[in-house]
Design a protein around this ligand. Structure first.
Ligand code: BMP
Length: 277
């Protein structure tokens, strides 16, 4: 099964270039850590990405919370991605009809498709959202994650809705590279109707709600440890936000480095343990 394969072997066989890049980066840097940089100032975002850079495979942004956003932010973030060897994921959570998301992805102030290797979407509007996003992202070599599950308490992405996400992904094998999910939702028994097209495809499971010191945030977030996420649940990438940079404008650089190393080591150990078991 996928959970017994190394990131490197999966990278070599993956049909989606950006998934190849991500998995190869994990192997090269020995990290399955994605830092989620949820701060409201450009300087803080860049500072945290630079400090965490050596220890991560991906930076996840919420670009619409940055008060002093400008095109230079994107250029500097891309320069950091080159310097440290990581990918960029704009956590936009698209959720509209195909024609609208096509415009939201390509245009406006942020022009997300022009700089973000990865983005994500909800399947609530139906598969037209995938047609719309793929029309922009696929020619640029981008990849998409579907939110098959969520980390927050009481969320509605469960059961049949989760299964529908996996089935829809199988119909867009050149664009949907994986899922935001809490476990290996792509395992065969989870899909209804027997063998679907693309059965056996390799999906990258990227998982938020990871923290070593806290169980929640008082606003619905629920945290699990890297071992629970990667080793027990078979997810591929741990996403850590406040566990690394604190909150607000972020911790001092040395603390960010210390926490990044800590989560990198915990995530990598969980992956090695999973391979061995
Ligand atoms: P933190 O580790 O500080 O709780 O941040 C988690 C990040 O992951 C946030 O950016 C949030 O938007 C995102 N996220 C999540 O927490 N749960 C989900 O189900 C999906 C997410 O994208």
């Amino acid at each position: 099964s996928i959970t017994k394969r190394t990131y490197g072997s999966r990278a070599a066989a993956h049909p989606i270039p950006v998934a190849q890049q991500l998995l190869a980066c994990c192997e090269r840097k020995q990290t399955n850590l994605c830092v989620s940089v949820d701060v409201t100032k450009k300087a803080a975002l860049l500072r945290i990405a630079d400090a965490a850079g050596p220890y991560i495979c991906c930076v996840k942004t919420h670009i619409d919370i940055v008060e002093d956003f400008d095109q230079d932010l994107v250029q500097q973030l891309q320069a950091l991605a080159d310097k440290h060897d990581f990918l960029i994921w704009e956590d936009r959570k698209f959720a509209d009809i195909g024609n609208t998301v096509r415009l939201q992805y390509s245009s406006g102030i942020y022009k997300i498709a022009s700089w973000s290797h990865i983005t994500n979407a909800h399947l609530v509007p139906g598969e037209g959202i995938l047609t719309g996003l793929a029309s922009v992202g696929q020619p640029l070599g981008r990849g998409l994650l579907l939110l098959a599950e969520m980390s927050a308490k009481g969320n509605l992405a469960t059961g049949d809705y989760t299964r529908k996400n996996v089935e829809a992904a199988r119909r867009f094998p050149d664009f949907v590279m994986g899922f935001v999910a809490m476990r290996r939702v792509d395992e065969r028994e989870e899909t209804a109707g027997g063998v679907a097209p693309g059965e056996g495809a390799d999906y990258v499971i990227m998982t938020p709600g990871v923290g070593l010191d806290s169980k929640g945030d008082g606003m619905g977030q629920q945290y699990r440890t890297p071992d629970e996420v990667v080793n027990e649940s078979g997810c591929d990438i741990i996403i850590v936000g406040r566990g690394i940079y604190g909150g607000g404008e972020g911790s001092a650089d040395d603390e960010i480095v210390r926490q990044s190393k800590r989560y990198q080591e915990a995530g990598w150990k969980a992956y090695l343990d999973r391979l061995e078991q």
